[in-house]
Design a protein around this ligand. Structure first.
Ligand SMILES: Nc1nc2c(ncn2[C@@H]2O[C@H](COP(=O)(O)OP(=O)(O)OP(=O)(O)O)[C@@H](O)[C@H]2O)c(=O)[nH]1
Ligand SMILES: [Mg+2]
Length: 295
């Protein structure tokens, strides 16, 4: 057996989490059309044949100078680059100054193999449009391979695995062969609730909301798992938005999260959500650490 850690690195919204889910064939990482959805590291483990790939999903990297919360997210992504023994799968779909800045950052992490995935090829009807993008990156001589793919349709994923396989450095396995993630079920459930805030609320609300599981009761696991969770927001007005008129919004969030959690855990779920205001939580380092959002 060979195995290795592969950091999935890239600008916000390029499809890193979608790619991880596609590779593992399970919805582990949360996904949304809004940038900066992912806030934490999550390992997705794929054991196939004689290889164990350990993919690390990471927050999207903002390359401009950042501070506060966004800077913490960047630290989390950088720690994954540091730890990855093998390849950075970086996803780009177009060429901008920001992408160039990210390439410069990647180079700082020594000469580990880097694989570039040009994602979302399904959105480009004319495949010839990809050629200049691939050529531009090839000319930078930063990547050992550049592969087009679509995390959404699965196109190009086999070629990506074949390329990454060449770079797996470790003899033996990093995780048990039946494991698919390093995260506890309760952590995945909290993230799925947060995903719904990204889907159903607007503007600053999803960026001001964080979720904790207060109780995860699996004493009747065969029949039902009971989950009690709290969504913390920063302001009373946001609490009003998350609850909605006569509780309509929190109901929508709860139902949608429950269905995803049931699918993931393979059993019925009872989900109870509470909303609380915790002013300034984004600046409270103790709280951020507790949430795994600061190192
Ligand atoms: N058409 C198309 N859309 C995709 C593809 N991959 C991801 N998306 C969409 O792009 C958006 C962002 O996807 P995510 O997986 O959340 O992106 P991310 O890179 O993890 O984003 P952050 O966590 O915010 O950094 C979502 O709306 C996805 O459905 C793809 O291959 N094709
Ligand atoms: Mg993500």
């Amino acid at each position: 057996m060979k195995s290795g850690l592969i950091a999935v690195i890239g600008r916000p919204n390029v499809g890193k989490s979608t790619l991880l889910n596609r590779l593992i064939n399970e919805k582990l990482a949360i996904v949304s059309p809004k940038p900066q959805t992912t806030w934490q590291r999550l390992h997705g483990i794929l054991t196939t044949g004689d290889t164990q790939f350990v993919f690390i999903d990471t927050p999207g990297i903002e390359t401009e100078r950042t501070s506060g919360f966004i800077a913490s997210l960047k630290k989390i992504a950088v720690s994954a680059m540091d730890d990855a023994d093998v390849a950075y799968t970086t996803l780009f779909r177009s060429i901008t100054q920001k992408e160039l800045a990210l390439v410069r950052e990647l180079k700082r992490f020594g000469d580990k193999p880097r694989v570039l995935l040009v994602n979302k090829t399904d959105t480009k009807k004319d495949k010839r449009l990809l050629l200049p993008v691939v050529k531009w990156y090839a000319d930078l001589a930063v990547y050992s391979a550049i592969l087009p793919a679509s995390a959404r349709t699965g196109d190009g994923i086999d070629a990506l695995l074949a390329e990454l396989k060449k770079h797996m450095p470790t003899d033996g396995m990093l995780y048990g062969k039946d494991m698919i993630t390093d995260r506890y079920e309760r952590e995945l459930a909290a993230e799925l609730i947060r995903e719904k805030l990204f889907h159903f609320t607007k503007e600053e609300v999803p960026y001001s909301s964080v979720c904790t599981i207060d109780r995860f009761d699996e004493s009747e696991r065969d029949r039902i798992i009971r989950i009690y969770a709290t969504v913390f927001v920063e302001k009373p007005s946001q609490k009003g938005i998350v609850i909605g008129a006569s509780g309509s919004m929190i109901k929508k969030i709860g139902t949608s999260a429950r269905l995803d959690i049931e699918r993931l855990l393979g059993t019925k779920v009872y989900l109870e959500l509470h909303v609380k205001v915790k002013e300034g939580w984004k600046k409270d380092r103790g709280f951020l650490r507790e949430m795994g959002l600061d190192k």
